[in-house]
Design a protein around this ligand. Structure first.
Ligand SMILES: [Zn+2]
Length: 254
């Protein structure tokens, strides 16, 4: 089984219900973010912090203290983060269905340099985002979770080389690798011309990224297990995602 799916499968059912609830309405306008904690081999999430339309800021120590007080999770159980990208102006933007350069830059550098710097050598991230689907002729929005694994330094450096052949992965810094916001408020390409969408797709091709659908009425999840294959991301003109194969697995609880 691909490592991204193994990571998803560790979520307790109660955590998936919570993830769904944060995206039911609030995803319409604000980002949210929680820590992912591991207890007895299962993943749970802490209290969600709310941000703005395209930004969220938290203080890690304070946030963990709140999770300890309200849910009993401590720093030693803390593993990863999960956050939600909302609609913007009531619309779906394909770029927000991926991790942004800001979501990835620190983690990329930490894993890449883990051999020298002593940072984490493996990082997993989760982002929840709205996705439009056609259901019996009606336009409906389902929420999906993208799971991304940085398994080790060598794998992410290779994925960067394959997806962005013009970039030297070892020269990417927080300053040069992060997309900028122009004076018009729109996102502009970073100085090193790293296409982070293509980088994510490359990790998908090698089994380290995938998508899950979380939907259904209360007490029922519909999950799909997706392998992103031969997808294609084009920066700037919007992103065309081709050839995504979605397998639906309906799971009912009594
Ligand atoms: Zn994000």
């Amino acid at each position: 089984m691909d490592d991204w799916l193994q990571e998803w499968n560790k979520f307790d059912e109660s955590a998936i219900d919570e993830i769904k609830s944060h995206n039911d309405d609030t995803h319409l306008e604000r980002e949210w973010m929680s820590y992912v904690y591991e207890k007895n081999g299962k993943y749970f999430i802490g209290r969600a912090s709310k941000g703005e339309e395209s930004k969220i800021e938290i203080v890690p120590a304070e946030k963990t203290a709140v999770d300890t007080m309200t849910k009993g999770f401590t720093k030693k159980d803390r593993r990863w983060t999960i956050h939600g990208h909302p609609l913007k102006d009531g619309k779906i933007y394909n770029g927000r269905q991926y991790f942004s350069s800001t979501d990835l830059i620190d983690e990329f550098i930490e894993v890449r340099d883990s051999g020298k710097g002593g940072g984490r050598s493996r990082i997993v991230q989760f982002v929840v985002y709205p996705h439009e689907q056609n259901e019996n002729g009606k336009r409906v929005i389902h929420n999906r979770v993208r799971v991304l694994v940085f398994p080790d330094a060598q794998t992410i450096v290779q994925a960067m080389k394959r997806s962005n052949p013009h970039v030297d992965p070892n020269r990417i810094t927080k300053e040069t690798g992060q997309n900028k916001v122009g004076s018009d408020g729109n996102t502009q390409m970073n100085d090193m011309n790293v296409d982070w969408f293509k980088f994510q797709e490359e990790l998908g091709r090698t089994g380290h990224m995938g998508i899950v659908d979380i939907e259904g009425a209360v007490g029922e999840h519909m999950r799909s297990e997706t392998h992103a294959k031969s997808s294609f991301a084009q920066y700037g003109l919007g992103i065309a995602v081709l050839g995504i194969i979605v397998y639906f697995v309906q799971k009912k609880r009594s």
